[in-house]
Ligand binder design. Structure first.
Ligand code: ADP
Length: 712
């Protein structure tokens, strides 16, 4: 029993022990886990501590670096400020800073120097005080302005957002320019710069320029005077030679007279060239803009050159682009000069062959059309080495062959300058011994209104053109079309039959009769001096002819013929009633030079007119008032009342009395654009330049003769 209890107790104890062991194991497990946790935590903590320590150390480093940098920056700033002030102190310009209340903050010694130790001019002083000291101490020259006014003006200047610059004359005569700038904080920085030297230089330059301009004016005036002085006697020489040509002369005498005349013309050309050249040099030459007919200009120049061309048997050609506008805007006088030069040279340097002028339309840009002009000759050509030089001043190709040619060597220099002034270019291509081609481009204006009603034939004007000229009709055809003519075939009704011939066909009258044409007949020819048989009722037109003249002649001929008035082989028995006896034209002219009076009178000898010649403007006005003439010719430079003044007085007289304006023609030895303008401004509508040409004088009288007045 005891044993059993013992066994029970034993097993109880064993169970208790087992339970205790399990508990112990569990507890020690828990303890171990807690320990591990603690260890992890401790490790994390120590890591944190290490990190914190590191951060701390870095922060400490940064702080000391920052301190060092700050010290360096401060040092730098101090140095920069010192340098800045050293600079500001040493610069010759005055420099000052004012705060937003316009009180002086700082000024450099240059700024303060004029105040020479005035105690009130120091930091804190107001701008107004400083201005007041300026005037009171006589530091500035107010240029006669009252002190208060000057101060007010200077203060008002500072009110502006952008303070304008001002120049002040100081007591010692130096000039200081003040440039003041407002900063974004309202301070005003003021910089004063001594500009006396610049002003002196500017004044010297101005004086030098004025002197140069005066010199250039004097030169131009001298040249203009010289030109006038030479032209007046040349009028006698050339005019008399012109008249002498019309008298009975033998061959030798004629040659002498021609030499006098040609030499006179050559001398005048030289004077004109020199005058133009000096004007271009002095930038005095203005390019005009007016409507003109380029084709007409080319024809005019050809006509001028035709005697020289005929002499050498040179053929001329003129080609015009059909697209060429009939009217252009430019300077016809200067373009004529370019053409005269190029075409004149072509004729001068060509002994045989042909001269061709081609005008093309190259480009159109809005109201501007670029025209190409080409002048080609078959002359002596230009050596390759001289091509670039010929446009130079006074350059002539000096060799055996062309030493004999006259000229100044200025023509192409002037031509090139004129072309360039008009915005164009000129070039030359040449083969020695074969010929030269000068090409230039000219940008010209297009007129707003392309219509040319004034220059056209009556609408529906029909012309039957018969070409017997072996291909020369093209130019004439174009001219006729330009005038608005309708060109019709053989069997159609026409206002006019126009025969273009190089020579008169044999038995001309029969040829015309055989053509079956019953209207008026005109014969056009390029042969000067061609005459029609006296009994041919046909009219002769010598080509080339100005378009306007061609139009007038064609209308006249068509009108004179009348419908059904055919070719008549019998002399015309005038069926018209006798016209009333025409009165004679009364011409009043003023010219102070006795020789030129004589020349003028002699030039008009062939006309049945009454000429009243007076010697100055005063006499012209009184002669006019005493008996108003049909036409007035007047010299311009005359002693006392000159031609311009006299013309103005005549125009005023007409306006007062209600008389119709008399046609007036100026005769002047001054060949300049300004002169032409002055002539126009004085109320003189027409202009002849001296020396006078007989043809020009006679045709002026003819064209201004009123209707019903006889001349022949
Ligand atoms: P010039 O008054 O001598 O004609 P330019 O300036 O008009 O003066 O011409 C200069 C030179 O260029 C002429 O002297 C001549 O040698 C040469 N020259 C000009 N045009 C031609 C041409 N069409 N043919 C040959 N030579 C020419």
């Amino acid at each position: 029993m005891a044993n059993a209890r013992f066994t029970d107790r034993l097993s109880l104890e064993r169970r208790a022990r087992l339970a205790a062991e399990r508990l112990l194991a569990q507890r020690s497990e828990e303890l171990y886990a807690a320990n591990r946790k603690l260890a992890v935590h401790a490790e994390a903590l120590s890591k944190q501590v290490i990190e914190a320590r590191e951060v701390n150390a870095e922060l400490q480093g940064q702080t000391s670096r920052a301190r060092a940098a700050m010290e360096a920056a401060t040092e730098k700033a101090i140095r920069a400020e010192r340098r800045l002030w050293d600079s500001l102190r040493s610069i010759p310009e005055g420099y000052a800073v004012y705060d937003k209340d316009h009180r002086l903050v700082h000024a450099n010694p240059a700024y303060l120097r004029p105040f020479d130790g005035v105690a009130d001019v120091a930091p804190g002083a107001s701008y107004e005080t400083i201005l007041r000291i300026c005037v009171e101490e006589g530091i500035v020259n107010t240029q006669g302005m009252a002190d208060a006014t000057w101060i007010d003006k200077m203060l008002a200047r500072w009110e502006a957002d952008e303070i304008p610059e001002t120049v002040i004359e100081m007591f010692d005569g130096t000039f200081v320019r003040f440039t003041d700038r407002r900063t974004e904080y309202g301070d005003v920085l003021s910089l004063g710069m001594n500009i006396s030297e610049t002003m002196k230089r500017e004044r010297e330059l101005r004086e030098a320029r004025d002197a140069a301009e005066a010199g250039s004016r004097a030169k131009s005036a001298f040249l203009a005077n010289m030109s006038h002085e030479i032209r007046t006697p040349m009028n006698g020489v050339v005019g008399m030679a012109d008249l002498l040509r019309d008298t009975r002369l033998d061959g030798e005498q004629r040659e002498y007279v021609d030499t006098i005349r040609n030499s006179g013309e050559a001398l005048l050309q030289i004077i004109n060239d020199i005058l133009d050249y000096s004007k271009i040099e002095a930038d005095k030459l203005a390019i005009r803009e007016e409507p003109f007919d380029l084709e007409q200009l080319v024809q005019d120049v050809y006509r001028l050159l035709s005697p020289a061309m005929r002499e050498r048997g040179l053929v001329h050609e003129a080609e015009f682009d059909p697209d060429l506008p009939s009217r252009l805007i430019g300077d016809p006088g200067r373009i004529r000069q370019i053409l005269t030069n190029l075409m004149g040279n072509a004729v001068k340097f060509t002994d045989a062959g042909r001269i061709a002028v081609r005008v093309t339309r190259q480009a159109v840009d809005g109201q501007t059309v670029t025209i190409g002009i080409e002048v080609e000759d078959t002359g002596i050509g230009i050596p390759p080495g001289m091509i670039d030089a010929i446009f130079g001043d006074f350059t002539q190709v000096e060799d055996q062959r062309n030493r004999n040619y006259e000229g100044t060597g200025l023509g192409l220099a002037i031509t090139q300058r004129l072309v360039r002034m008009m915005g164009g270019e000129i070039r030359v291509q040449s083969t020695l011994g074969q010929g030269s081609t000068f090409r230039c481009t000219l940008p010209l204006g297009l007129p707003e209104d392309q219509s040319r009603a004034a220059d056209a034939l009556p609408p529906g004007f029909r012309i039957r053109l018969i070409d017997q000229s072996e291909g020369m009709a093209q130019g004439l055809e174009r001219s006729l079309r330009k005038l608005g003519a309708e060109l019709v075939c053989d069997d159609e009704r026409a206002d006019l039959a126009l025969w273009l011939v190089t020579d008169l066909p044999e038995r001309f009258i029969e040829v015309i009769a055989a053509s079956g044409h019953t209207g008026p007949v005109a014969v056009a020819s390029v042969i000067p001096g061609l005459t029609l048989p006296a009994d041919a009722r046909a009219h002769l037109l010598t080509l080339p002819m100005r378009l306007s003249e061609l139009r007038i002649r064609l209308t006249e001929i068509a009108g004179a013929g009348g419908a059904g008035n055919g070719v008549d082989v019998t002399p015309n028995e005038d069926p018209e009633p006798p016209a009333p006896e025409p009165r004679r034209l009364r011409l009043l002219a003023a010219e102070d030079n006795k020789t030129n009076q004589l020349v003028f009178r002699m030039m008009l000898k062939g006309l049945e007119i009454d000429i009243d010649l007076v010697g100055n403007g005063e006499e012209l006005v009184s002669a006019y008032a005493a008996a108003p003439p049909d036409l007035v010719f007047t010299d311009i430079s005359m002693p006392g009342v000159d031609g311009l003044e006299a013309a103005s007085r005549i125009r005023a007289h007409e306006a007062e009395t209600g008389l119709p304006p008399v046609p007036m023609v100026a005769m002047t030895a001054h060949a300049s654009d300004e002169e032409q303008d002055r002539i126009r401004a004085a109320g003189i509508g027409h202009y002849l330049s001296k020396p006078l040409r007989k043809d020009a004088v006679v045709s002026a009288v003819r064209s201004f003769a009123p209707e019903g007045v006889a001349l022949d």
